[in-house]
Design a protein around this ligand. Structure first.
Ligand code: HEM
Length: 466
């Protein structure tokens, strides 16, 4: 054990902190990269355990929290958990212990690999509808906000995956806009201070709640044989007791799957378009792969392993702009990370954005280079250098679905259009709960040029397993 064994992790001086706080307020992800560069892979903020945060930016430390010692790190006191309890209740993302385990076991089968096959035509048809709308915009020579387009598209797809249709889309969309309008205030105050934003949030939460209950009650009263998650949850039985999922629990799970499902995938797609627009050679590689593999048609499930560059673009987008840019936990018992003491009750914030750009694990970390995910270049990388979907038992349940969706939408759109960010359009990070482009992403649509089919398409890669 190192000589620092059991000592407190280093803390920046109060003067340094005072300088750092404005950056943390304006550009938190970039501030977290800077914090790691200046102060190292583990930093302490605060003196009393209950008010103490540790920012960890090393794969081994993240692995210890999410996997190695995962039982010692819980979510229940986390700030976000309180803030969103009203909407998410005790769903998979926010619950803990036996309840979480029972629910995870009941819900997991809805996201198994073979369950994804029938979802491909759903994703294809929704993307086709969006492209028909884009054709009109292109004809009129207008620009569009590709971020907003991805929000709409992924919401519709998620609605169909969960309920067979985008039945709660409008209220969910409204709720998100209400949150966005007051996000900074709500995040800072933990939604605890009476205000216009708090009232609007309460109203929006009620609407979402009513809408989800409406769908559940309607399905119970009028069962159908839709191949959707709602029917799978209604049919699921607890492996030990054989009991069905209580409807109130189902409501919480559906609310969780609604928000966790598209808040994140929309950003992966939006940032992919930004990266492709900024990197024409990468866009060219993608167009070439698509011409070779699909030659103008829509992708099928069987095509996915051959759309490996599209897959790596999704992975690279998730590296540079991880939607869940930090993840948090609270220590139950004393622990030690990197030789430093983590007192019981203190918080650990995993700096996912910073680790994804850590120069010890990534060559030219700020550059767009999807081929860094080729097996030959990934073999020596520590597992937790890349964790856009978290890890350990609480790893994202929808990771395969999200990557497939990104691959399909990229493949369909890029065969027809190359969205180009408007010159001088301000692209900035806005870290709400997930990392969004602050002003959206306004693009002009250019028709994709038919690429020459000379170079070979790179090796296939396999999708990740849970
Ligand atoms: C690119 C898209 C996505 C990203 C980046 C993402 C990211 C994450 C991350 C980082 C976690 C772990 C949080 C933690 O441990 O604190 C998580 C958990 C979760 N995600 Fe995702 N997610 C994505 C898509 C989805 C989709 C499509 C669904 C479902 C439709 C989904 C449902 C969930 C659920 C239910 C959990 C909680 C799992 C548990 O604790 O057992 N996510 N996600």
């Amino acid at each position: 054990m190192s000589e620092k064994h059991g000592s407190q992790a280093p803390m920046p001086s109060l003067v340094a902190l005072a300088r750092f706080l404005p950056k943390l307020w304006h550009q938190p992800p970039l501030a977290l990269v800077e914090a790691r560069e200046k102060y190292g892979d583990i930093i302490r903020l605060g003196f009393h355990p209950r008010l103490m945060l540790h920012l960890v930016s090393h794969p081994d430390y993240i692995g210890q929290v999410l996997q190695g010692h995962n039982k010692n790190y819980v979510k229940k006191s986390l700030y976000h958990n309180h803030l969103f309890r009203g909407v998410l209740g005790q769903g998979l993302l926010t619950s803990e212990g036996d309840l979480w385990l029972r629910q995870r076991r009941m819900i997991q089968p809805s996201f198994h690999h073979e369950r994804l096959v029938p979802l491909v035509p759903v994703m294809v048809s929704e993307t086709e509808k969006m492209l028909a709308h884009w054709d009109e915009i292109y004809q009129r020579g207008e620009s569009l906000d590709v971020y907003e387009e991805m929000v709409d598209l992924t919401r519709r797809i998620n609605g169909r995956v969960l309920f067979g249709d985008d039945v709660v889309g409008d209220v969910v969309d409204h709720g998100r806009r209400v949150f966005s309008a007051g996000a900074r205030f709500l995040l800072l105050t933990g939604n605890k201070i009476p205000s216009r934003h708090q009232r609007n949030m309460a109203q929006a939460e009620k609407q979402v709640d009513d809408a989800i209950w409406g769908v559940i009650k309607d399905r119970v009263a009028h069962p159908n044989d839709n191949d959707d998650v709602l029917n799978m949850l209604l049919a699921a039985r607890d492996r030990k007791t054989g009991e069905a999922m209580p409807l109130a629990q189902m409501r919480d799970e559906l609310a969780t799957l609604i928000f966790a499902g598209y808040e994140t995938t929309e950003k992966t797609l939006a940032w992919s378009w930004y990266l492709l627009s900024e990197n024409p050679s990468g866009a060219g590689r993608l167009h070439q792969e698509l011409a070779q593999t699909l030659a103008g048609r829509a992708p099928t499930f069987e095509d996915l392993p051959n759309l490996s560059y599209a897959y790596r673009v999704a992975q690279e987008s998730l590296r540079l702009f991880p939607p869940a840019w930090v993840q948090g936990r609270q220590a139950v018992e004393d622990d030690e990370i990197g030789g430093y003491r983590i007192p019981a009750g203190s918080f650990v914030i995993m700096n996912q954005f910073g680790v994804h750009r850590h120069p010890d694990f990534w060559e030219h970390p700020n550059e767009f280079d999807p081929d860094r995910f080729l097996p030959a270049r990934s073999a020596d990388r520590p597992r937790f250098a890349y964790n856009p979907f978290g890890g350990g038992p609480r790893q994202c349940i929808g990771n395969e679905l999200a990557l497939m969706e990104t691959q399909i939408v990229l493949s369909m759109v890029a065969q027809r259009y190359a969205p180009r960010i408007l010159p001088n359009f301000p692209v900035e990070l806005e870290p709400e709960v997930t990392l969004k482009p602050r002003y959206g992403l306004r693009v002009m649509l250019e028709k994709t040029l038919r690429p020459a089919l000379a170079s070979p398409v790179p090796d296939q890669i396999l999708p990740p397993t849970l």
